[in-house]
Design a protein around this ligand. Structure first.
Ligand SMILES: [Zn+2]
Ligand SMILES: [Zn+2]
Length: 337
């Protein structure tokens, strides 16, 4: 079978490897759709595990199950999480699934014709797709689940003003989810095309991130933002977050700058205004269930976020499109094409 092996963003190779045979408690799935995530192109984050097969936004069909697997059968349509928390440790019991100390197995990457699902993920990381969710739509389950978790950690609720800095894929999912609460949403980007997307997808105010964004936030909104989501690694956006958050508000680092960058927090200014700064990383099982439900009920539409579907052999082009990011939102790899 063909797999795409990522060495770095400029060196992605299609390699031939034997198609794995599932053990008794494993299963083999055929990848129908796998999204390229913004985090897949972040070299400092991915390089330590390279060369690797990437791809964690997988919609697949079960093709073969081990003798001891009874929950699934060939033909089942599934989403499989890239890893599962243990649900037993103190972190899991506290709902802090992404920091679970006992994550043992990872799903091999989905930029591949087939994927062998390890036992832990067969048992606790596989979700049957409702008939109404297409394979392409299922690639949004994981990214939306991360957005669900971030908005929950930030305590986003109706009638708040939510500001989204960076209107790429994850920023736009934040816009869409905040609108379901409903919140008043302000979105920024330096790219006018992405700002237009944000407007079309429900943002009430869109602002050019190259300008001073704090002044119009106050002018058009009467007060600053209750919650600010940083959905870009740009350092300039961090200063904007400091300036745009209201008293008692929350700033969420959903994306982070390069590890060599140093972030300076105006902590004395924030102290007297009770501003919280939090991070949000990945998602947990309840967030995945919530994301499936949001897509199934069409509370969140995702079709308008799909820019391109491309075959596995052209994956390097797909990575290039996501890196350039000019007009690209979600690129979906179709390994069976
Ligand atoms: Zn992702
Ligand atoms: Zn745990």
């Amino acid at each position: 079978m063909k797999v795409s092996v990522w060495y770095n963003n400029e060196d992605i190779r299609i390699e031939e490897v034997p198609r794995p045979k599932p053990g008794d408690k494993e299963m083999l799935i055929k990848v129908i759709s796998c999204g390229i995530c913004g985090s897949d192109i972040v070299e400092w984050y991915r390089q330590p595990r390279a060369p690797l097969v990437q791809g964690h936004e997988i919609g697949a069909e079960v093709v073969e199950v081990g003798r001891a697997v009874s929950a699934y059968k060939p033909g089942d349509r599934v989403f499989v999480a890239p890893k599962v928390p243990c649900m037993q440790c103190a972190y899991c019991k506290n709902g802090q699934y992404p920091v679970c100390s006992n994550v043992k197995e990872r799903l091999p990457g989905g930029f591949s014709e087939y994927v062998l699902v390890p036992q832990a993920l067969v048992e606790n990381g596989t979700y049957r797709l409702p008939d109404s969710i297409s394979y392409d739509q299922s690639t949004f389950i994981e990214p939306l689940a991360c957005v669900v978790r971030a908005q929950q950690l930030a305590g986003v609720h109706s009638n708040q003003t939510v500001m989204v800095l960076g209107s790429g894929m994850s920023g736009l999912l934040h816009v869409k989810l905040a609108k379901t609460k409903p919140c008043r949403v302000i979105a920024t980007d330096i790219n006018p095309k992405k700002l237009a997307f944000a407007g079309n997808m429900g943002a009430d105010i869109t602002l050019d991130a190259a300008e001073n964004v704090a002044a119009p936030v106050v002018a058009e909104n009467n007060h600053r933002a209750d919650v600010v989501f940083l959905c870009t690694s740009a350092m300039s956006a961090i200063d904007q977050a400091w300036n745009c958050v209201d008293k008692g508000g929350v700033i969420v680092f959903f994306a982070v700058p390069h590890p060599d960058e140093k972030v300076t927090i105006p902590i004395n200014h924030f102290w007297t205004r009770e501003i919280r700064i939090i991070t949000s990383y990945y998602c947990g099982p309840p967030d995945i269930e919530a994301a499936i439900n949001l897509i199934e009920t069409q509370a969140i539409e995702v079709d308008d976020l799909i820019t391109r579907q491309i075959p596995l052999q052209d994956i390097a082009d797909g990575f290039r499109m996501v890196m350039e990011g000019q007009e690209t939102l979600k690129v979906i790899i179709k390994p069976q094409h």
